[in-house]
Design a protein around this ligand. Structure first.
Ligand SMILES: Cc1cc2nc3c(=O)[nH]c(=O)nc-3n(C[C@H](O)[C@H](O)[C@H](O)COP(=O)(O)OP(=O)(O)OC[C@H]3O[C@@H](n4cnc5c(N)ncnc54)[C@H](O)[C@@H]3O)c2cc1C
Ligand SMILES: NC(=O)c1ccc[n+]([C@@H]2O[C@H](COP(=O)([O-])OP(=O)(O)OC[C@H]3O[C@@H](n4cnc5c(N)ncnc54)[C@H](OP(=O)(O)O)[C@@H]3O)[C@@H](O)[C@H]2O)c1
Length: 446
């Protein structure tokens, strides 16, 4: 029987499990599936951990999410076509849920079946080698401290790419008297109450970590951008200046000459695509971009069509794009989709990469990833979902952010699955300090 290995049970790995489950429900004979997860539970980044550094077995902690994290895009844009928010929560909920609500939703879709039996938890895949016929996998059973081996016909890498921080160094860091950390290790903005915080970066982490620190009482927040400023209308107490030049004692000195007393530096300098378990011939090497090369349809490894990567793109679209990828990978594995010849594969990859390289602004990027996701959607039986509405929502959301970065999370959107409109949350995001699921769902607080 064909054997498939899935590495990782974050949203992508769970999409893969769900795709096979749905085929089985339709009476199709699915391959044998073994899923490896190095943590003790599923959910990937959404499974919050207080830990930073190493886990109890000495392995690096993959979690990058923090307390008080809310969805940074409308939930309607990531909704599963086969499991709506209305179905999960039994009623429409606001458009920007906190992490715990999204975690509940992701898990809700998979926990009713028998999928958990397919996952080996606390199991780290340490090596994957293709021997010409199949994949030889070595994995570490962390609880029993045993290294074991198995052989697979297909390999799905769904290990995420926001877990291994990219950490640059600046002059003066060694003697800086305060705390220096990467956003990967940021857990609770309360830690920075009353402090002067420097945030380096100009993407989503820089934006949100800066706002979190402001929201939970930092004395000042100074964001240093490298190439382009985010340019939002920041609330008083937050400013954006040009790139850090050096630290001099507790003074941060920026390229534009700006000086700022600093108690903490938070590096929001992004993450590395890191696959230490794969041999060089199988390893995706890319920066964070919308169309990493060498992946046919963004999924199939160009040099070995039995290897699939899920969710390796920079992401506007997330959960439903991961689903489209998983449904597609499933159908290639189950031989329902035939791949074209190598030359057509190359042409298709080059076409998408060339288009991606010409993108100039967020609207174009949203269009690009929507077109990609739509194309993939048409290739499998992933249920109907209105990607045109999602495209429109993303663009509106971008404009809301430009209008007011403090209020964009108070807006509501309509579902591309059920059409229902998210109610306005009982508390505006800027004053919603309690992010628990219970408080979020309690509309009596209005
Ligand atoms: C701070 C932060 C906030 C975010 N907020 C949002 C948001 O608001 N909305 C949104 O849509 N997206 C958000 N994202 C994007 C996020 O990446 C995706 O939502 C999603 O988690 C990606 O899923 P994934 O399965 O690819 O990866 P992950 O969620 O990272 O899951 C990967 C899994 O693989 C496991 N794994 C890794 N290596 C191995 C190995 N060798 N052996 C066994 N198991 C392994 C890990 O333990 C993990 O469980 C955020 C990301 C970050 C970093
Ligand atoms: N739900 C939420 O609120 C939330 C919060 C945080 C993150 N996220 C998600 O997390 C994911 C990762 O976002 P991210 O912002 O961590 O990574 P990212 O989008 O890949 O951005 C990396 C940033 O690091 C900067 N950078 C790289 N090298 C640098 C250097 N040497 N010095 C200074 N800056 C440097 C880049 O600057 P340049 O542009 O100049 O290259 C870029 O701004 C995204 O999917 C995002 O949506 C969500």
């Amino acid at each position: 029987m064909t054997k498939v290995a899935i590495i990782g049970t974050g949203p992508c790995g769970l999409s893969m499990l769900r795709a096979f489950e749905q085929a089985e429900k339709k009476g199709e004979k699915i391959p044998e599936i073994v899923c490896f997860e190095k943590q003790d539970d599923w959910g990937g980044l959404w499974n919050y951990s207080w830990r930073t550094g190493s886990d109890q077995y000495g392995d690096p902690v993959p979690n990058s999410m923090y307390r008080y994290l809310w969805s940074n895009g409308p939930k309607e844009c990531l909704e599963f076509a086969d499991y709506s928010f209305d179905e999960h929560f039994g009623k429409p909920i606001p458009s920007f849920p906190p992490r715990e609500a999204l975690y509940d939703y992701i898990i809700g879709r998979v926990k009713k079946g028998k999928l958990k039996n397919k996952v080996r938890f606390n199991t780290n895949v340490s090596s994957v080698v293709h021997n010409g016929n199949n994949f030889e996998v070595t994995y570490h059973d962390k609880k029993n401290d045993k290294f074991l081996k198995d052989v697979f016909d297909y390999m799905v890498v769904s290990t995420g790419h926001f877990s291994v921080p990219f950490i640059p160094e600046y002059p003066g860091m060694k003697s800086f008297p305060g705390r220096i950390l990467h956003s990967h290790d940021f857990r609770d903005a309360e830690e920075f109450r009353g402090k002067n915080v420097i945030v380096l970066g100009s993407s989503y982490s820089a934006e949100d970590v800066a706002l979190q620190c402001h929201k939970y009482g930092a004395k000042s927040v100074t964001i240093g951008y490298r190439h382009n400023p985010m340019g939002f209308k920041w609330p008083s107490g937050v400013k954006e200046v040009h790139y850090l030049d050096k630290l001099d004692g507790n003074k941060a000195i920026f390229k534009d000459g700006h000086k700022q007393d600093a108690d903490a530096i938070i590096l929001c300098s992004g993450y590395l695509h890191h696959f230490p378990f794969l041999t060089e011939d199988l390893k995706l090497k890319t920066r964070n971009r919308l169309y990493p090369p060498k992946l046919y349809k963004g999924v199939v490894w160009q040099n070995n069509h039995r290897l699939f990567y899920l969710g390796m793109q920079d992401q506007f679209h997330t959960f439903n794009m991961f689903d489209c990828q998983a449904w597609y990978a499933r159908d290639v594995i189950m031989d329902k989709i035939k791949l074209p010849n190598s030359s057509d594969i190359e042409k298709d990859i080059n076409k998408w990469v060339a288009m991606e390289e010409k993108l100039e602004n967020p609207d174009q990027m949203i269009d690009f990833q929507t077109e990609y996701t739509k194309e993939l959607h048409e290739l499998s039986d992933y249920p109907k979902i209105d990607f045109e509405l999602i495209r429109k929502h993303f663009k509106e959301w971008e404009h809301h952010k430009v209008e007011d970065i403090m209020t964009y999370r108070n807006k509501s959107f309509s579902s591309p699955v059920t059409g229902s409109v998210g109610p306005i949350h009982h508390t505006p995001w800027a004053t919603a300090m309690d992010d628990s699921l219970k408080t979020f769902l309690d509309q009596s607080k209005k």
